[in-house]
Design a protein around this ligand. Structure first.
Ligand code: GRF
Length: 194
């Protein structure tokens, strides 16, 4: 199973996936990192991990379709089976969704459907929900709306700082994402005609 990871920022989830491949927990190869933000820290992490990078600025393309057509060319040429979004700060459009139906996963730092979109951890913290967590889901055309594959919840601690909560959320992400991707890969391999 050949994976492409899409990321826009720090890349701690990318790193967790790389480590899971190395340890054998994730039976796949990461063959491409796609980044839409030149200069993002994840690019350096990919270079250190010897993962090929494709860095594109969407603003240099005429429209989203042209940008995603370029991405598709790379995904096809590298025979990518599954796309794993890890902090990719962009909605996936019909061009990619059409070709990778049910083959694009995302991780989101809340218990969806609560707090979709940006700043999910801060929003949950400000509202003082009793619990929040992490969701891994399939990507559809909506914002964090696709079918849920896995969720793990966390109880907010009394007097916990926002930074403390963020750290605990990321810890869960780094465990839950590789585990869920692996489970999904097994599920795909058991489906006929794949
Ligand atoms: C994570 O919290 C993820 O859930 C969200 O974006 C963040 C990315 O963090 N979609 P990192 O770049 O993987 O460190």
């Amino acid at each position: 199973m050949r994976l492409a990871v899409f990321a826009s920022g720090t890349g701690s989830n990318f790193q967790a996936l790389v480590q899971a491949v190395r340890s054998g927990e994730l039976a796949a190869s990461i063959d491409l990192l796609v980044c839409d933000r030149p200069g993002a820290a994840v690019i350096e992490k990919a270079k250190l991990a010897r993962v090929e990078t494709l860095v594109l600025s969407p603003k240099n393309f005429e429209n989203k379709q042209a940008y995603e057509t370029k991405l598709l060319e790379s995904l096809r040429s590298k025979q990518i089976d599954l796309v794993v979004l890890a902090g990719y700060m962009r909605l996936v459009g019909p061009t990619l969704l059409g070709e990778y139906k049910e083959r694009i996963l995302n991780i989101h730092p809340s218990l969806l459907p609560a707090f979709p979109g940006l700043h999910a951890i801060e929003k949950a913290y400000e509202v003082k929900v009793p619990e929040t967590g992490v969701t891994v889901h399939l990507v559809d055309e909506g914002m964090d709306t696709g079918p849920i594959l896995a969720q793990e919840s966390l109880t907010l601690l009394s007097n916990e700082s926002l930074e403390g909560l963020e750290a605990r959320i990321h810890e869960v992400e780094h465990r839950l994402y590789p585990k869920t991707v692996q489970r999904y890969i097994l599920q795909l391999s058991q489906m006929p005609n794949r």
